[in-house]
Ligand binder design. Structure first.
Ligand code: DGL
Length: 265
């Protein structure tokens, strides 16, 4: 048994989709969540900056005595996970491998679409990992840089998100994919809008569930499971804004124990 918290981070609210899934599957675990709202979005930043931010947050989470770190951000998982794995003393998981494995296991037509930030798509990591699983699969990728600001603003449905989503997805709609990876942890909040821009038969892969399952296996294997009576999510943000609070209250209210400003980076 190990009652230390699980450290999770993202550039903003997106990683709360992962924290939420973990909280549902592992309700006894305490989560220490960092949303780097002062520096969101990560998706249009350089690798150097993303690596620097990810290292700072990981080090802070380790100082909080976290027993495992989850990079609940595809952009940071693409560009910083491999480096961080070599540097930290606790297990560290990203969100890309779980989503890739799930998508590869459900595609029937061997045609998978991937949506992500510019940095994630340019890193080519999804293409590489899907091909490693099955080289026959055709991969169709699209960077959707306006999706993150929409979600951070709480704009998840209605005319404007629909127009943007239709614009981004028009080529993928013609690509005969049967599976679409939401390769950014903000995008599950736009699931309905994204789905409406495509054919209803296309399966959307949200890596939060697959990541929480991978975490559960890891905790069980390493005997790191907690026996706290009830876990909670303590949330830290590098900039406390009303917009962040509104989005949290709208989508995640019941699971969040506290939101505090973190002024250390
Ligand atoms: N939610 C993140 C991701 O999964 C970060 C998006 C961003 O800050 O651009 O990529």
């Amino acid at each position: 048994m190990d009652n230390r918290p699980i450290g999770i981070f993202d550039s903003g609210v997106g990683g709360l989709t992962v924290a939420n899934a973990i909280n549902k599957l592992l309700p006894n675990e305490t989560i220490c969540y960092v949303g780097d709202t002062a520096r969101v979005p990560y998706g249009n930043k350089s690798k150097m900056s993303i690596l620097k931010f990810s290292k700072q947050i990981t080090n802070w989470l380790i100082k909080q005595n976290c027993k495992v770190i989850i990079i609940a951000c595809n952009t940071a998982s693409s560009l910083a996970l491999d480096t961080l794995k070599l540097k930290v003393s606790v297990p560290i998981l990203g969100v890309i491998d779980p989503g890739v494995k799930w998508a590869v296991s459900i595609t029937k037509k061997n045609r998978i679409g991937v949506l992500g930030t510019r940095a994630t798509i340019n890193s080519n990591v999804y293409h590489k990992k899907i091909k490693e699983e099955n080289e026959k699969i055709h991969v169709f990728e699209k960077a959707c840089p306006l999706f993150v600001p929409l979600v951070e603003e709480g704009f998840i449905d209605g005319e404007i998100p629909s127009l943007i989503s239709n614009y981004y997805l028009k080529e993928l709609k013609m690509a005969h994919i049967d599976t679409l990876i939401l390769g950014c942890t903000h995008y599950p909040l736009l699931k309905q809008t994204i789905s409406d821009s495509l054919y209803p038969s296309i399966k959307l892969v949200d890596s939060s569930l697959a990541t929480s399952k991978e975490l559960k296996s890891l905790l069980e294997k390493e005997t790191l499971i907690s026996n706290n009576e009830k876990g909670k999510i303590n949330c830290y943000v590098t900039d406390y804004t009303e917009t962040f609070e509104n989005v949290v209250n709208r989508f995640f209210k019941y699971n969040i124990n506290s939101i505090k400003r973190l002024d250390v980076f």
